[in-house]
Ligand binder design. Structure first.
Ligand SMILES: Nc1ccn([C@@H]2O[C@H](COP(=O)(O)OP(=O)(O)O)[C@@H](O)[C@H]2O)c(=O)n1
Ligand SMILES: [Ca+2]
Length: 497
């Protein structure tokens, strides 16, 4: 017998039956695992889109959101993919020429048409939400505000999206949807984590929204908003202060000073050397101040600065009422506010102003922040202008006021202390999406956040593939053992040839 044959007889695995079984087994395992992997491989992503227009008091911005199309119940992450700032002022400024309000949106809407894939246009919901600018116009002149909405509606309907309406948000909606946005983007809602409060500062109103253990909605129910999200109940405290956005607050502070008498206003909230001639009619053209219009005043007044932080803060404090409170505790103007419970995200003008002033770092002690602002306000206007040649003078002139207003609102208004000040984070975006009410508004209207926690597959994909592989190998080994009777017998002793 040849040596080769001898080898074969010694090694039972070399019989044709076992070789065939092994090959088939290996092929079967590879096929099984391949199918398991391929079946669960993410498909090329297809997206759905949603568009929200934020018609603020100072300007309108368009946001495009996208989310994976094939996720059940739209449970995939929603992200902002594009934003467009509408040129010109907010839509409430077009009260005397409503058609222009509609026209102003055209450029950003055309951009949206480019950005959203054509075949998704007709199914992409389009919302417009207006905030405090339109609230004020509606109070002042509801016919004019209706006309602006009509014009805006006509302009938006010309685009191929699924138009869902334009309306004024209530203060509660504005505050609570800002809170939803921040906590959704931080993944706090899905995971049932402690939530972040939301501080939104606009031009015409400002919102504060947070969950507090000592607030269940029974004291001052009008400040209560409840949500059931991903299986958790949230009882939110929220309040919107109309007229306490930074632009209207500036009007109120100026109006307060100009009551001292017509002529010149020497304003501690403006830099030394700043001087402008301003129109009384423009100053008082807002329901926030119209009742304070002095009788028989001249058409214009001289607005000059002397840059004094402490005096500025004193003036700002005069627009708050700290005395009336019929609840256990109040923020200001007799508005109930439970004990602050952080952390807080402060966005919109809070961020823009503090970022300009290089004061977004809240681990800097509050006293140091005040010192820095004091120095900034005392800096001569000429020097400020030279340091920031590219910033529009109107905006540049107002940062001393705006910074002082923010600190006053937070500490005197909402009762943040030197300790709790560091609970605030000034934020612009979270994971690429702007902080603001728009995302929360769309998530709510499209039912994108389920009330109950979605059922998740019991195993992640990797775990599933590993278990399938292990079971396949075990079945194969069992199979081999079940064929034992067919195995060639091996002798314990070397065969004698
Ligand atoms: N880059 C920017 C953009 C806006 N802003 C200010 O942020 C505020 C935005 O308010 P808004 O137009 O949303 O007004 P509301 O309707 O929310 O009260 C305005 O006071 C703007 O002047 C800013 O300070 N810097
Ligand atoms: Ca706003």
């Amino acid at each position: 017998m040849s040596a080769q044959r001898e080898m074969k007889e010694k090694n039972p695995w070399h019989t044709p039956v076992t070789i065939i079984i092994t090959v088939i087994g290996v092929i079967a395992i590879v096929a099984l695992v391949t199918v398991a992997v391929l079946q669960n491989r993410p498909l090329p992503q297809k997206y759905k889109y949603g568009i929200v227009l934020d018609a603020g008091s100072s300007h309108t911005a368009l946001y495009i959101y996208e989310w994976p199309a094939e996720k059940d119940n739209n449970t995939g992450r929603v992200e902002q993919t594009h934003s467009c700032k509408v040129k010109g002022p907010g839509i409430s400024s077009y009260a005397s020429n409503p058609l222009k309000a509609g026209e102003s949106l055209r450029e950003c809407m055309q951009e949206a048409e480019q950005r959203v894939p054509g075949k998704r246009h007709h199914e992409t919901p389009l919302y417009l939400g207006a905030t405090a600018g339109m609230r004020l116009l509606n109070m002042e002149n509801s016919v004019a505000s209706d006309k602006v909405f009509q014009a805006v509606e006509e302009a938006l309907k010309k685009f191929p999206f699924s138009y869902q309406g334009a309306r004024i948000l209530s203060g509660q909606e504005e505050g609570s949807f800002g809170w939803v946005t921040v906590n959704y983007l931080d993944d706090r809602l899905k995971q049932g984590l402690e939530t972040t409060g939301a501080l939104d500062l606009g031009g015409a109103s400002t919102q504060i929204s947070f969950v507090s253990d000592n607030y269940n909605g029974s004291e001052s129910p009008r400040n209560s908003v409840t949500f059931r999200l991903y299986g958790n109940d949230y009882n939110l405290y929220t309040h919107s202060f109309l007229c306490y956005g930074k632009d209207q607050a500036l009007r109120m502070t100026l109006a307060h000073q100009s009551q001292a008498g017509p002529g010149t206003v020497l304003d501690p909230c403006f830099h030394p050397g700043y001087t402008e001639t301003k129109n009384y009619l423009v100053l008082y053209d807002s329901p926030c101040v119209s009742d304070r219009k002095p009788q028989g005043a001249p058409a214009t007044f001289n607005h000059s600065g002397n840059g004094n932080f402490l005096e500025c803060q004193k003036n700002i404090k005069s627009i708050f009422d700290f005395n009336s409170c019929k609840y256990s505790q109040c923020s200001f103007n007799g508005v109930f506010q439970p004990l602050l419970q952080g952390p807080f995200g402060a966005f919109s003008a809070y961020y823009f102003v503090m970022n300009f002033l290089n004061l977004t770092n809240t681990s800097i002690p509050l006293d140091t922040v005040k010192e820095k602002l004091k120095d900034y306000c005392a800096t001569p206007w000429n020097q400020i202008r030279q340091q920031h040649p590219n910033i529009k003078l109107k905006y540049l002139a107002e940062y001393c006021f705006a910074g002082t207003y923010i600190l006053t609102l937070l500490t005197e208004g909402y009762n943040f202390t030197s300790e709790s000040y560091s609970d605030i984070k000034f934020i612009e975006k979270i994971k690429g999406s702007d902080a603001g009410w728009t995302l929360g508004y769309m998530l709510n209207l499209t039912n994108m956040i389920p009330a109950e926690a979605p059922d998740s597959p019991p195993l992640p994909h990797a775990g599933y593939v590993s278990i399938v592989s292990i079971i396949a190998v075990l079945i194969f080994i069992l199979f081999i053992f079940s064929l034992r009777p067919l195995w060639p017998r091996c002798s314990k002793h070397p065969q004698i040839v």
